[in-house]
Ligand binder design. Structure first.
Ligand SMILES: N[C@@H](CCC(=O)N[C@@H](CS)C(=O)NCC(=O)O)C(=O)O
Length: 220
């Protein structure tokens, strides 16, 4: 049995939900309530020592448990466990992993900062707004260029790299990121292709994004 520890519709939690839904996996979720500091509880820290969601517990047939934190590692584990959404051909696998790691190391953290300074910062911080809005735009240009080369991030098949990037680039987040989608036509088409998938729609019905995510502060 798979147990996902998560927190409403945060992008890092949604990445794993999208994959689980696409896999048709049986799983349960346990909500970690940040307003009660549950991410710092001793029980949660044994599963997720970095005190962040998502975390996954996979109970094995012999009663032992595999526990994982870091969304990228969780997605890789699920793809390898099920043999889906990660092509095992060495070159294709490498191409997918490059974009999965790019999402975890660059796209997610930088868009997270852009979002934070636009939506949550108690006061306007011009330097941070400019830095992270520019970085968000640079990352969308990287995405646009990649999607000129291939239909999906990992190549010619949809993969865990696409499910990892989608919640961060979900239309509900563009306003806060300072992104005008019309400037990124390939990204727009890629988003629409993912959005059209029934299981993606089902996942967002279960966990609706906290829209509208209007920017309180804007760059420029
Ligand atoms: N690199 C981590 C980032 C996870 C992350 O930032 N999770 C946030 C929610 S989106 C969190 O749990 N925050 C709680 C806290 O920082 O106390 C991953 O990809 O899993």
């Amino acid at each position: 049995m798979l147990t996902l520890y998560t927190n409403t519709a945060t992008p890092n939690g949604m990445k794993v939900i999208l994959l689980l839904e696409e896999l048709g996996a049986e799983y349960k979720t346990v909500a970690i309530d940040f307003s009660k500091d549950e991410q710092f509880s001793e029980a949660f820290l044994t599963i997720s020592p970095n005190n962040k969601i998502p975390a996954l517990e996979d109970e094995q047939a012999d009663g032992s448990r595999v526990t994982l934190f870091e969304s990228g590692a969780i997605m890789l584990y699920l793809a390898e466990k099920t043999g889906r959404f990660l092509n095992l051909d060495l070159k294709k696998r490498a191409e997918t992993l490059v974009w999965l790691f790019w999402q975890n190391a660059s796209l997610g953290p930088m868009l997270g900062q852009a979002h934070h300074f636009a939506v949550f910062a108690p006061e306007r911080v011009d330097y941070a707004l400019e830095r992270y809005t520019k970085e968000a735009q640079r990352l969308y240009r990287v995405l646009e260029r990649r999607l000129q080369e291939s239909a999906w991030l990992g190549g010619d098949e949809i993969s865990i790299a696409d499910f990892a990037a989608y919640p961060w680039t979900h239309p509900s987040r563009h306003a806060a990121q300072g992104i005008a989608l019309k400037n990124f036509p390939r990204v727009e088409a890629w988003l629409a292709r993912i959005e059209a998938r029934e299981r993606i729609q089902a996942a967002y019905k279960k966990y609706p994004p906290k829209a509208p995510l209007e920017a309180k502060h804007r760059h420029g």
